[in-house]
Design a protein around this ligand. Structure first.
Ligand code: LMR
Length: 441
């Protein structure tokens, strides 16, 4: 995954003039004074999403203000600098109004798969035009331009705007989705506490930027590891955005678990449902075979080899990311991008009756007795409006409970280790030594 870097930017400004067209829609005229002048008309969608976690329920870090040196540096790219009149398109196509999607680590491998899926329409649908805001680092700037060039050459009809930049305060402006892929991988000799600190600082900064400039209903999916704790840091630094809007990606683990269960049972993986990943995206994660189903039948009735379920299956899922790194020489990228798409789709389409999906979410008022105020993967359902609710009646037996305690303890230790980044005092790192990120074998 790419390292997101931040540096002060100084040489361009942007101004947004907004005039109301009707109560439901408005046209925003963006006049960007970059190297290339850009005048674009775009329609903004009014999202109406309710959230159950009030900002007042979380302890606030120091107030976030937009740093004075955080000047705008987002540049429209190539053909996307041309004037488009989306009102004309609206007359001929029954499209929804434009949504803005910010992607960090945009020059990295995950994004290289993800961006083209977003642009093709396979994520938000064939009637949803999108604006892509690509966040990279000074070091990756040329690669960002390369990504933008490939997006240009792909002639995606739904892709109306592409802009690139290194300043999250600019890239996240009005973003309705923020897909945070950029993070530093753990290098040789680096302690886990060091990784938590380096990446935590990135996510604290991005949380502040989201808080300052993103849409108040922005949905944030944190992919960069350690994603649960990065998501916690991010939401703590964004007190004006509901904590419920932040997710840590554990969908990849759910997909991996479904694949292993299908393999063992000799069925195609679309027959596997109700799989929860509980807890941290690390080797303490708990793939739940107690509640999972194959062809609608409890997995334990289909796969009667309990030893396999408790040991081999569980470990395979927990360590899949690491085994993959050994094969590939790098982290999973394509399957991670697919799982981000699955995660978004699960929020914007109604969950099939009786099923659920896994996501790392803020734990306040959870029905499972998981410690409050951490980001923990749990079973969720959505009505398809971008919001979700926790599934409340999932069975937990002694075996499952014991493992939940271990992954919970790890997350609480990670939280203590980043207290300086969440506004909760001095950090104290007592991370368990026998646990790892999936990629750390
Ligand atoms: C994965 O699960 O494949 C990744 O999170 C591994 C990693 O550490 O990048």
């Amino acid at each position: 995954m790419a390292l997101a870097e931040f540096s002060p930017c100084s040489y361009s400004r942007s101004q947004t003039l907004t005039s109301n067209l009707s109560s439901a829609r408005s046209i925003a005229i963006d006049v960007h004074l970059f190297h290339r002048p850009r005048f674009s008309l775009r329609l903004r969608r009014q999202l109406n999403i309710s959230c159950s976690v009030a900002p007042s329920q979380i302890q606030l870090p120091p107030p976030t203000v937009r740093p004075a040196d955080a000047a705008n540096k987002r540049e429209c790219y190539g053909v996307f600098c041309t004037t488009y009149d989306l009102r004309e398109d609206d007359k001929t196509k029954s499209w929804k109004s434009l949504i803005s999607i910010a992607v960090s680590g945009a020059a990295g491998m995950i994004s290289n798969h993800l961006l083209f899926k977003l642009a093709s329409g396979e994520v938000f649908g064939p009637d949803q035009p999108i604006s892509l805001r690509l966040l990279g680092s000074e070091r990756s700037y040329q690669a960002l331009e390369g990504v933008a060039m490939e997006l240009e050459d792909s002639l995606y009809p739904l892709l109306r705007e592409v802009s690139i930049g290194v300043n999250p305060y600019d890239i996240f402006e009005d973003a309705e989705w923020a897909l945070l892929n950029g993070a530093k991988p753990r290098g040789p000799g680096m302690e886990r506490a060091g990784l938590l600190d380096i990446n935590g600082q990135i996510f604290a900064e991005q949380g502040k930027a989201l808080n300052a400039v993103a849409s108040r209903t922005v949905k944030v999916i944190v992919v960069g590891n350690p994603c649960n704790t990065n998501a916690l840091i991010c939401l703590k630094n964004a007190p004006n955005i509901p904590a419920k809007n932040f997710h840590a990606l554990t969908r990849l683990d759910e997909n991996r678990a479904k694949c292993q269960l299908a393999l063992k049972a000799g069925v195609f993986y679309d027959k596997v449902s109700n799989v929860t990943i509980w807890g941290n995206h690390s080797t303490t994660q708990v793939p739940d075979f107690l509640n999972a189903k194959i062809n609608g039948i409890p997995v334990k009735e289909v796969i009667t080899d309990t030893k396999w379920l408790e040991q081999e299956f569980t470990e395979r899922v927990q360590k899949r990311g690491g085994v993959l790194i050994q094969k590939w020489g790098r982290s999973s990228a394509a399957s991670t991008a697919v799982s981000i798409v699955d995660g978004i789709r699960s929020l914007v389409t109604p969950t099939p009756e009786g099923d659920w999906f896994s996501s790392g979410v803020y734990t306040n008022e959870n029905p499972y007795g998981i410690a409050e105020d951490i980001v923990f993967s749990m079973p969720c359902r959505s009505k398809g409006d971008g919001d979700y609710e926790l599934v409340k009646n999932v069975e937990i037996d002694d075996f499952l409970r014991e493992r939940l305690k271990k992954t919970e303890a790890e997350l609480l230790a990670e939280k203590r280790c980043v207290a300086h980044l969440t506004g909760e005092g001095n950090a104290f790192c007592d991370l368990p030594e026998d646990t790892m990120l999936p990629g750390e074998l």
